[in-house]
Design a binder for this molecule. Sequence first.
Ligand code: FAD
Length: 291
Amino acid sequence: MISVLTNSRPPRVCLQRFHPILLQPIPWRLFEQFNERAVILAGGTLTMPEINLGSSGREAVISLDRLGLDQIIIDDRTVRLGAMVRLVELASARALIPLHKAVASIGGPAIRNMATVGGNICARHPYGDLATLLLALDAQLTFSTTRGTEVVDLTAFYAAEDRPRRGRLILSVQFQLPAFQEVVFQKLGRRCVNTPSIVTVAARITRNSAGVVDRACVALGGVGDNPMRSYAAEEALIGKALDDESIGSAAQKAAAGIAPLTDSYASAWYRSRVIPIQVRRALSELQAVAT
Ligand SMILES: Cc1cc2nc3c(=O)[nH]c(=O)nc-3n(C[C@H](O)[C@H](O)[C@H](O)COP(=O)(O)OP(=O)(O)OC[C@H]3O[C@@H](n4cnc5c(N)ncnc54)[C@H](O)[C@@H]3O)c2cc1C
């Protein structure tokens, strides 16, 4: 006899919801009370499906929507984005044109309407396209901790062995706005739009008056669990002119020390072959803009 299981409805979800309006001390009391059993809710594009399916394994939801973390502050060239700024708001800020290509590459309009900056920084593979650009911009995160606030480089945040999930609430991200000709963003996916990343490359290159690269920040997304810097590519550029030779060398070395992941979009083998091609394309685009 063949029996068919028809009752595959997800388990009923009964989560306690909290909407704190002050940073201290309420969220911290809640974190202490629920420990690992609470989930931070920002735009909810990743957390809500988990909650609705009952697969989050949590007992409480702490929403950030009333903490006033949705401000965009631009002071000269210093930009501070609150963690709850929605991607759609970045897309409509004229001063933030260097971010627009990265934002437009993320999901579709419905996702960009809800998704937040802080959520994209915390999103795991293959997501984090805006975060890849922020990494190339050498951004810093401001956290709320039990002791007050703490500022950490985004590079250090991603490099940490076990990226902290609990007890670290991102308040904002800050960076220097790059000039148009200094920054590039390239994303390769299986489709032109609304597609997760196979390989994303973001780079910020500055040159001195002699045209020699004095600062290079090359970030890769979609390849590992988090966005990551390609230090080998950066070293191949610093002290050189941005020409075919240095670009070729940076592209060739870009995947050094990086072990890409396999997922349903691309294999590790494919990603490792595409990294040099995408890095070359990105740097060549910068070269073309600057000359
Ligand atoms: C259909 C679909 C397509 C997508 N396409 C892309 C894409 O092309 N490119 C891309 O980069 N991403 C993509 N995403 C992911 C999307 O960018 C992220 O979902 C979004 O940025 C996460 O933001 P959120 O505000 O919705 O986060 P949430 O879902 O609310 O949270 C995500 C995670 O971040 C944590 N978190 C959020 N804010 C904070 C904070 N301030 N402090 C500490 N922890 C925090 C949450 O606890 C949770 O673990 C896609 C998602 C979906 C569902």
